[in-house]
Write a protein that binds this ligand. Structure first.
Ligand code: MEV
Length: 309
């Protein structure tokens, strides 16, 4: 039997603008994860169980465009095992909310690629895992930047620019983030497509907005690396306002963002694709529980407190 897990992620700054070449900052979230078990089976063929999405199917019965089928076939074609394996049974289990902005699709891909590679006795480097996961992201999201698969495959903080090699960033002083889940599933593909429509209608206008997001990301990276984190709250608020302009916030996200600030957070913003999913708040450690509590009272389905080290 082989077993592999991958964490969730949050985007601290820069979502959406990152699709257009601006930088973004993201960190792994280890409180949630996707895990995959693979064992040899007496039956022939590949059986997949994913109880979270109520999927129990033979690989061949999934449509050729199904992301799980696609990933598994990509791993086989990349590794080209000398002999086809006998029957195998794959079980996928995840605590990452689906379509919640926490990278559930990318985490399943990364865990599945690693577990299959280990099962086939052909371990892959993080870079190879990341490259295969990016191919799957393109199927899920249409025009992804690649940030989700990168932060999850390397499981490290990343400063990401589309098409450039992965760069990590240093945290001079740990800081605390509260994550609030609206509980509203919102596929990233849709919000990314909506922003693309805006951009296609007036590229100059929206590229200015993306550049302003890029400047915020740069300032946030400097603040995190110098330990001058008190600026992060204001930067989050500015980033959220620009995401509102991009039409990817929602009434529920805005309510949770204002609630967090009223409860003592230094700043807050949506995180990920938006229009549902998750928001994040930058808080002093001692205020984290109170902020999480107020977010729940304001309707958050669940909250997590995470320390960025
Ligand atoms: C989704 O986690 C982040 C987006 O910027 C999309 C992407 O970068 O592919 C919204």
């Amino acid at each position: 039997m082989t077993h592999a897990c991958a964490p969730g992620k949050i985007i601290l700054f820069g979502e959406h603008a990152v699709v257009y070449g601006q930088p973004a900052l993201a960190v792994p979230v280890t409180q949630v994860q996707a895990c995959v078990d693979i064992e040899a089976s007496v039956n022939t063929g590949i059986l997949i169980h994913a109880p979270n999405i109520d999927l129990h199917s033979r690989l061949d019965d999934l449509s050729p465009a199904h992301p799980l089928r696609n990933i598994i076939e990509k791993v086989f074609s990349t590794l080209n095992p000398p002999a086809p394996p006998g029957g195998i049974e794959i079980t996928i289990d995840s605590t990452i909310p689906i379509a919640g902005g926490l990278g559930s699709g990318a985490a399943v891909s990364v865990a599945l690629i690693r577990a299959l590679a280990a099962f086939l006795a052909h371990p892959l480097t993080d870079e190879q895992v990341n490259a295969i996961a990016y191919e799957a992201e393109k199927l899920h999201h249409g025009t992804p930047s690649g940030i989700d698969n990168t932060v999850i495959a390397y499981a490290r903080p990343v400063y990401y620019v589309k098409g450039r090699p992965m760069q990590t960033f240093r945290t001079a002083r740990p800081f605390t983030i509260v994550i609030g889940d609206t509980g509203i599933p919102a596929p990233t593909r849709e919000s990314v497509a909506a922003v693309r429509k805006l951009w296609e209608a007036d590229k100059a206008k929206w590229e200015k907005v993306f550049e302003r997001v890029g400047e915020i990301v740069q300032k946030a990276r400097n603040a995190i690396e110098s330990g001058e984190t008190k600026e992060l709250g204001a930067l989050m608020n500015q980033n959220h306002a620009l995401l509102q302009t991009l039409t990817v916030s929602s009434a529920e996200l805005d309510r949770l963002v204002s609630t967090a600030i009223r409860a003592g957070a230094e700043g807050a913003k949506l995180s990920g694709g938006g229009r549902g999913g998750n928001m994040i708040a930058f808080v002093q450690r001692e205020k984290a529980e109170a902020v999480a509590d107020q977010l729940k009272r304001a309707g958050a389905r669940r909250t997590f407190i995470t320390q960025v080290e």
